[in-house]
Ligand binder design. Sequence first.
Ligand SMILES: [Zn+2]
Length: 224
Amino acid sequence: MTVTTRVFEGQLTTLHERGHQVIRLHDLVAVLQGSQAVLPDRAVVLTVDDGHRTVYTDLFPLITRLRLPVTLFIYPTAISNASYALTWEQLAEMKASGLVDVQSHTLWHPNFNVERRRLASPAYERFVQDQLIKSKVILEQRLGGKVDLLAWPFGIYDQQLMQWASAAGYVMAFSIERRAVTRTENLMALPRYIVTDADRGARFGALLSGPTEQPATKAKAVPQ
Ligand SMILES: [Zn+2]
């Protein structure tokens, strides 16, 4: 979420000291899609939503120095437009580094709960399709590469939204449920931890020590 640069640097140091390896989001995607690739133990993925300009001024130098891959989830209407936001040139430069991937956070970050109440059913569907498809098309045209991952604005999703996102060409989508990813996730609602300045010391340690797999009862439900 929002974290001061010094605390963020401390969190990256803690990850390193505790043996966590930062991997590319697409490496995790491949494994969840059934690839036989093996992820390192204690693998971590870094994602940053919204595209504020401090991603360029503060985060990018840090991850460049440490050679850590990061995925940015961007809503294109803010870029080179809102005063707080990144520019297309900055996004292109970061993407060219090979460390930064840029994926979709819808077109302008609406609250789908509000829009569902505000719009009649067909208009709501068109609205959602626009948010999902135009974001993907604009990011692909502006920056090249494939955009097939989505972060739900405000973490809001439901069955209908997940279906529409799949139809729009997204292979995975991300929520903000505070727990680790397991091997048996709903691929259109993968959990992520919101990390803030409060996540330091023992609290950050506890986050990293959290269970990495579902409880055994769930694992046993898989047919032998
Ligand atoms: Zn957001």
